[in-house]
Design a protein around this ligand. Structure first.
Ligand SMILES: Cc1cc2nc3c(=O)[nH]c(=O)nc-3n(C[C@H](O)[C@H](O)[C@H](O)COP(=O)(O)OP(=O)(O)OC[C@H]3O[C@@H](n4cnc5c(N)ncnc54)[C@H](O)[C@@H]3O)c2cc1C
Length: 392
């Protein structure tokens, strides 16, 4: 039975917009701090980027050389998620594989960066790596084991939503925020369009937009210019588990360099471009071909396995990019923007990040809300195992 204690109730209504992983974790965090929460999602829950990502539980190894702080946070969050929502996680581990000489040369810097970030990476003999994962390219030159894993994107978010609902949060799918009401520089409420297309006014005291790649659109409802770049990426899945561990290239982050086992599938990803809108993003034939070639370099035979699907989703990069190259330069970190200084007091935007750190993202946004309301309530979302996704 999921029944965490709520130390005190606050007479404040907070609207969270966006029913992806970030909004789900935030709705739970705020409800656990004693706030009345309304969560709006214009489609089905997880129908945005959350329901279409690669499903890697990042230990942070991928980011360690470039950004120790992001890597450390990933590692800490994987440990928390494994404890509070084990049902959504397959803790299988991962191997970073050097296929080329320059990748083999990258190993020492990679392992030290991981260790400095608190990630227990260790180089293992090539024979051991190939015994663990016979699908690995026989040209394998060096291999590093890391504590990566697989997460179930739907079940992870659904468990957070179930927890929020159990604490009384009002969760509304197929309900879009179509207007934001601001008067005297303060947020007052908004207009929502429900599943029957009827519009209704709702009042709330605080609004947090957790709308990922849609953050720009939602911000514009309040006249705000939000620095977010939708950055689409494509993934290709074949049937059958070619590996049980997550396989990555031992190299700086690039395209087509991660192969994730996901239930009965193997998924290679991804690519990165930029788009003006997160809607209607489709994979191109060239991207699919490119990914199949890249997958074969890691795990020869990928392209001969039965094709299952190809799809794309938009990363909500926190920053502005005019080109694909600029988009790659934007950090994978997240940000909480307080729009008070822009004349919309009581409105916040949570953007960027990764599914792996959804709980940390929610904590930072909820801390900002508490600071704004002058309420002292610590984050307690790491303290209790979540209810099953089935409860939703
Ligand atoms: C190709 C790719 C691969 C990735 N792989 C991984 C990975 O392996 N591991 C990892 O940890 N992360 C990964 N990520 C990152 C991860 O997917 C995202 O960081 C995360 O899913 C974002 O979740 P979110 O809740 O912030 O956004 P979303 O899931 O996009 O949620 C935003 C929601 O807001 C809703 N919305 C928008 N406007 C409105 C409105 N007006 N009213 C109501 N609702 C609205 C949308 O419908 C949407 O459901 C990947 C991303 C991409 C693109």
């Amino acid at each position: 039975m999921f029944d965490p204690p709520i130390p005190g109730r606050h007479d404040v209504r907070i609207c969270v917009v966006g029913g992806g992983g970030s909004g789900a974790a935030l709705a739970y965090d705020l409800a656990l701090r004693g706030f009345s929460v309304l969560l709006l999602e214009k489609g089905e829950f997880t129908s945005g980027t959350t329901g279409r990502h690669h499903g890697q539980l990042h230990s942070g190894a991928r980011y360690a050389v470039g950004d120790r702080a992001i890597a450390r946070e990933c590692m800490e969050e994987t440990l928390v998620l494994r404890r509070i929502v084990p049902e959504a996680i397959e803790y299988n581990g991962g191997i970073f594989a050097a296929i080329r000489d320059d990748e083999a040369d990258y190993a020492p810097a990679f392992v030290s960066a991981c260790l400095e970030s608190g990630i227990p990476a260790r180089e293992i003999p090539v024979t051991e790596a190939r015994a663990l994962e016979p699908v690995l390219n026989p040209a394998l030159k060096r291999a590093v084991w890391v504590p990566d894993g697989t997460l179930d994107a739907y079940r992870l978010a659904a468990s957070f939503l179930a927890a929020a609902a159990a604490l009384g949060a009002d969760l509304r799918a197929f309900t879009e925020l179509v207007g934001i009401e601001v008067s005297d520089g303060r947020i007052r409420g908004g207009t929502v369009r429900g599943p029957d297309a009827r519009e209704e006014r709702v009042s709330f005291d605080v609004l947090v937009s957790a709308t990922g790649a849609w953050a720009g659109r939602v911000g514009s409802l309040a006249g705000l210019d939000i620095p977010v770049t939708p950055a689409p990426g494509t993934m290709v899945a074949v049937r059958g588990r070619l590996s049980d561990l997550v396989l990555s290239r031992l190299a700086p982050p690039g395209d087509g360099d991660i192969l994730v086992p996901q239930r009965g599938l193997s998924i290679i990803g991804s690519t990165q471009s930029r788009a003006d809108s997160p809607e209607g993003i489709l994979p191109t034939r060239a991207e699919i071909e490119f990914l199949r070639v890249r997958a074969d370099e890691l795990a020869p035979g990928f392209s001969r396995a039965p094709f299952h699907a190809a799809w794309a989703a938009a990363r909500p990069l926190a920053g502005r990019a005019a080109s694909d190259a600029e988009g790659r330069g934007i950090s994978r970190d997240f940000a909480v923007l307080d729009h008070g200084a822009e004349g919309v007091s009581g409105m916040f935007t949570l953007i960027g990040g990764k599914a792996t750190v959804l709980r940390a993202m929610a904590r930072k946004a909820a801390d900002a809300v508490c600071g704004f309301l002058d309420v002292e309530e610590p984050c307690r979302t790491a303290d209790y195992p979540l209810p099953s996704w089935r409860a939703l």
